[in-house]
Design a protein around this ligand. Structure first.
Ligand SMILES: [Zn+2]
Ligand SMILES: [Zn+2]
Length: 343
């Protein structure tokens, strides 16, 4: 068996390995595809080296595949089942887990970042991580379920309802998918984006896109809402400019949702939020119900998910995939790794 392992110091390489046989309540998955995520880029750039107890190790957490073996006491799954993996290894014992959520379990092990990941031929995971992929969803599209679940969680956290006017700031992969989920749930969506290639991509998907460098976004939003302002603003750019724009677009009692991860301290115009008693909402990861919602949307929505997949690379080209995803031109949405390509 092969796995492409992070070796530290900006490097990935193909290695031989023997996947662990599934223990009780574990399932071994033949990984078909694994998407490269922004957080994987943090690994590539060395930002997450503190999360690696030892090197080299496989990363990757956006995957779909087929059950290849099941351990003792596994009752819900059998060899041949098509699955997506929810990569949260949680304790079931902390205050969040006891509330029925797991997204920010106090003892969370995020599989693929804190432990062995999916960029390999076979991945052994706990049975509770699996979600069934219907026949109508290809294994390639199945690898998009995880990032879509991120967006469903953000929408749920935003307390939005059909007809709400929403602005999505930034249309990288998660911004674009947040906009797709928001539209699917019946919100009116406008995207704010400065990169011309990303603007074009979002327009191809049918979105109204405003470039705040060319158009006064605040004026645009207030005109579009008869002077009211946006009901919800999703900040997905992770930039200071995005945070500054966000506070310009809101009305009293509206919601601002921070979807991006902000590894460095940022400035937030709290006075602006205070004056309008705005709900400041943070969103992280997802729960199992967000995976269910993402799978349901993939089956129901008339969206060509191929539009989101820029390239599929063989398992030995993870490093090239990282370079592609990090390219400053912004022409890459999702890069997928074909994990069956070196069996
Ligand atoms: Zn991800
Ligand atoms: Zn917990």
């Amino acid at each position: 068996m092969k796995a492409n392992l992070y070796e530290g110091n900006h490097s990935f390489a193909l290695h031989d390995y023997e996947p662990a046989p599934p223990k009780a309540h574990e399932v071994q998955v033949d990984v078909a595809y694994c998407g490269i995520c922004g957080s994987d880029l943090h690994v590539y750039h060395g930002d997450y080296d503190y999360r690696f107890k030892s090197l080299p190790r496989a990363i990757g957490h956006e995957c779909a595949g087929i059950v290849a073996a099941v351990g003792e006491d596994v009752t819900g799954w059998k060899v041949g089942d098509r699955v997506a993996v929810c990569p949260l290894d949680y304790c079931e014992d902390c205050v969040v887990c006891k509330e029925g959520d797991n997204n920010c379990c106090a003892n969370l092990n995020f599989m693929g970042l804190d432990s062995w990941g999916a960029m390999c031929n076979r991945w052994t995971v706990h049975e509770r991580t699996l979600h069934r992929l219907p026949e109508g969803i290809s294994l390639l599209h199945g690898a998009l379920v995880e990032p879509l679940a991120v967006c469903f969680h953000a929408l749920e956290r935003s307390q939005s309802k059909g007809g709400d006017y929403a602005v999505v700031i930034g249309s990288g992969p998660i911004g674009l998918m947040t906009a797709l989920v928001a539209r699917y749930l019946g919100l009116q969506v406008v995207i704010s984006e400065v990169n011309p290639i990303r603007i074009e991509k979002a327009r191809q998907l049918g979105f109204t896109v405003v470039n705040p460098k060319e158009t006064d976004l605040r004026q645009y939003v207030f005109e579009a809402t008869d002077g009211v302002g946006a009901d919800a603003v999703f900040e997905v750019s992770g930039t200071q400019a995005g945070l500054d724009t966000m506070v310009e677009l809101i009305h009293p009692h509206s919601r601002v949702v921070l979807v991006a991860a902000y590894p460095k301290p940022m400035q937030l115009q709290l006075q602006r939020l205070f004056m309008k008693e705005v709900n400041l909402i943070i969103t992280r990861n997802y729960n199992h119900k967000d995976f269910d919602a993402a799978i349901e949307m993939m089956e129901a929505a008339p969206i060509n998910f191929d539009e989101l997949i820029t390239k599929v690379l063989p398992l030995d080209q993870v490093q090239q995939g990282m370079e592609l995803c990090g390219s400053p031109t912004g022409d890459v949405v999702k890069v997928m790794v074909d994990c069956r390509s070196h069996l």
